[in-house]
Design a protein around this ligand. Structure first.
Ligand code: SF4
Length: 257
């Protein structure tokens, strides 16, 4: 069986090629969870899943790319940075199983965009209402910091998701400056014309643009509900509620939830 050693090694997935024929979020999600395009992140997501946090030592970690969560015809699209090491990378659902998720889902629920105020596992009965949550980078990065190359490598997945959601999306909520930039970059990439003078990222910063289909859309920023921001009081529950409410109200103007 020595000849087996001469077989070519399987090449990593190329997201840019993978998205070419994707026509539904369901298929996108199926392809995405097999992605191994970033060697450093593949190694990191698997290493965390092996070592685990002591509190979760009896659990099987997800340890794969994390898909978006929420209906395929959502009006509100919430964009975060990347899966949490012991949150989404453990549970397999975006913003689920950690403090950031506790903050986000509580606020979404309060504003009529989530069925229950908590998000602890993929099997907790949570459902998002007309809202989809995605991450700009789909694998957990060391120190929560993907490299620019990794962010660029992952961008086609977000681009494809935005294109599939575009007919129904009316507002984008950016959790943090990287998500803010990712939203603008992807919208431009898919051919939308954004105002030249856009505000810098900040909590509550926002702009509107008229889409190619004639619909007006809102992009609004929020400080990321990371432990660092919520523990230090940089982001309060009232502040988060305010931007979630604005995103929801804009998306549902004239249409009851
Ligand atoms: S970060 Fe994105 S591109 Fe890189 S391996 Fe994960 S899913 Fe693939």
């Amino acid at each position: 069986m020595e000849w087996l050693g001469h077989l070519p090694k399987k090449l990593p997935i190329d997201p840019e090629k993978e998205i070419l024929k994707l026509r539904s979020l369901k298929v996108l999600d199926q392809k995405l969870i097999k992605c191994d395009a970033c060697p450093r992140l593949v190694q990191w997501r698997e290493e965390i899943s092996e070592i685990k946090r002591r509190a979760y030592s009896d659990q099987k970690y997800w340890g794969k790319p994390v898909t978006g969560f929420g209906p395929q015809d959502a009006s509100v699209v919430v964009v975060g940075l990347a899966p949490g090491a012991h949150g989404a990378n453990r549970t397999g659902r975006v913003f689920t199983g950690d403090s950031s998720g506790d903050w986000l889902y509580r606020s979404l629920h309060k504003n009529g965009l989530a069925k229950i105020p908590t998000s602890s596992s993929r099997f907790d009965g949570q459902e998002l209402i007309d809202t989809r949550i995605v991450c700009a980078v789909r694998c957990v990065p060391p120190g929560n910091k993907p490299t620019p190359q990794e962010t660029a490598k992952c961008e086609p997945w977000l681009r494809c998701e935005f294109e599939l959601l575009l007919p129904t999306t009316r507002s984008y909520l950016a959790l943090g400056s990287i998500a803010w930039k990712a939203i603008a970059d992807v919208l431009i990439e898919i051919g939308e014309e954004l105002p030249r003078k856009r505000p810098k990222f900040g909590h509550g910063a926002h702009f509107k643009f008229q889409g190619k289909d004639g619909n007006t859309r809102l992009v609004i920023g929020s400080y990321h509900p990371s432990q660092q921001n919520t523990f230090t009081g940089k982001l309060t529950a009232t502040q988060l509620d305010s931007v979630v409410k604005k995103a929801g109200r804009f998306a549902h103007a004239g249409k009851p939830l």
